[in-house]
Design a protein around this ligand. Structure first.
Ligand SMILES: [Zn+2]
Ligand SMILES: [Zn+2]
Length: 349
């Protein structure tokens, strides 16, 4: 493994481990104490003895892991002592309650960024730059071809696409936790007051967002929409797994679109069979990754996910940093948000 065997943070079969805090960060297997960056399935797994997470993400974690989990809620920036280490959670700007985790002990600090983005998102707190000696960063979109446009621009295009076809239902596929609520918040910011219909998987995550005070348009689960009533002209949001599933039978002549960072790549769009693709991501783009590495001031960087080899090489050769990919341990850890990571990343030169 690349991480030093006696370091503040180590790589174990359960995932990233801090012996000083006796805690794992986003562990892959059940452990005694898990510090959770956010509620996506590849970061928050069931079966741990105790969980630590940001307070605004508590509702999502309980929704996904069960109301009975032992959960300690921490505010952004609050400093906690855990064993011999000092731990704090800082906003990652990724989804509701998402955090970067900073751990320090013995005069050394590490930042485990989890998933993060630098772009404005009306559905969650903005990214907070945090200083650290060592950074562990993702590289899901770690190629210079990935550069995002502002979310409100993409949302305005989605609104225009929807309005274009009042005779048909418009089905928008977006990851159920994070992306769907971000879209709804962007649409609300554009003044949308019309009801949006939701697939059950999206509906399940609405309560935590509403109780966090995120401004959203009215929504209704599709299951509560009267069977006989026409769906023409309605906007419906569903997870990508519902595309071409029996769930689609309910719609007469629907139009489909997929909202994902991968839609920036033409081939990915064609392969998935969606009529339209809107490129919007909750991960950092190329510039966002480089800016974050710089903002931390870290001299040592470890890179996980996506183009980890390429980003690490760029940081070494162009930025003069000690940078290395964190190895294959992280590859193949897929989630609903990352379900296309393998396929799409492989197709990109
Ligand atoms: Zn995530
Ligand atoms: Zn992830």
């Amino acid at each position: 493994m690349v991480l030093p065997a006696d370091g503040l943070i180590q790589l174990t079969p359960e995932g990233l481990y801090c012996p000083a805090a006796e805690a794992w960060i986003d562990p892959w297997r059940p452990v005694s104490r898990a510090l959770i960056t956010h509620g996506h399935a590849d970061h928050a797994r069931p079966g741990c003895g105790e969980y630590w997470a940001v307070r605004s993400g508590e509702g999502v974690l309980q929704q996904r892991l069960g109301a009975g989990i032992t959960l300690t809620g921490v505010d952004y920036g609050e400093v906690r002592r855990l064993g011999g280490a000092v731990v704090s959670f800082h906003s990652a700007g990724h989804v509701l309650g998402s955090a970067q985790i900073r751990i320090s002990a013995g005069g050394e600090s590490w930042l485990i960024s989890g998933d993060y983005k630098r772009d404005d998102d009306p559905s969650c707190a903005p990214f907070e730059p945090v200083a650290a000696d060592v950074l562990i960063t993702e590289a899901t979109f770690g190629l210079p071809i990935y550069r995002w446009r502002p979310g409100h621009q993409v949302a305005a295009e989605i609104l225009a696409w929807w309005r274009e076809a009042p005779q048909q239902p418009s089905l928008l596929f977006a990851y159920a936790f994070g992306k769907a609520q971000r879209l709804l918040a962007e649409l609300a910011a554009l003044g949308l007051e019309e009801e949006v219909l939701l697939h059950g998987a999206v509906q399940a995550l609405m309560a935590p967002y509403r109780s966090a005070g995120v401004a959203l348009p009215p929504t209704r689960p599709l299951s509560e929409f009267p069977r006989g009533e026409s769906l023409a002209g309605r906007l419906v949001i569903a997870p990508p797994s519902a595309h071409r599933s029996p769930w689609m039978k309910r719609f007469k002549a629907p139009r489909t679109a997929f909202v994902s960072g991968w839609m920036a790549v033409r081939g990915a769009r064609r392969r998935r069979g969606f009529e339209r693709g809107f490129a919007l991501s909750d991960h950092a783009d190329w510039d966002g990754l480089l800016r974050t590495v710089r903002d931390t001031g870290a001299g040592q960087v470890y890179v996980t996910h996506g183009n980890s080899d390429g980003l690490a090489r760029f940081l070494r050769e162009e930025r003069g940093l000690a940078a290395e990919p964190l190895g294959r341990a992280f590859e193949g850890l897929e989630s609903e948000e990352g379900e296309m990571e393998g396929a799409a990343a492989a197709s990109v030169p």
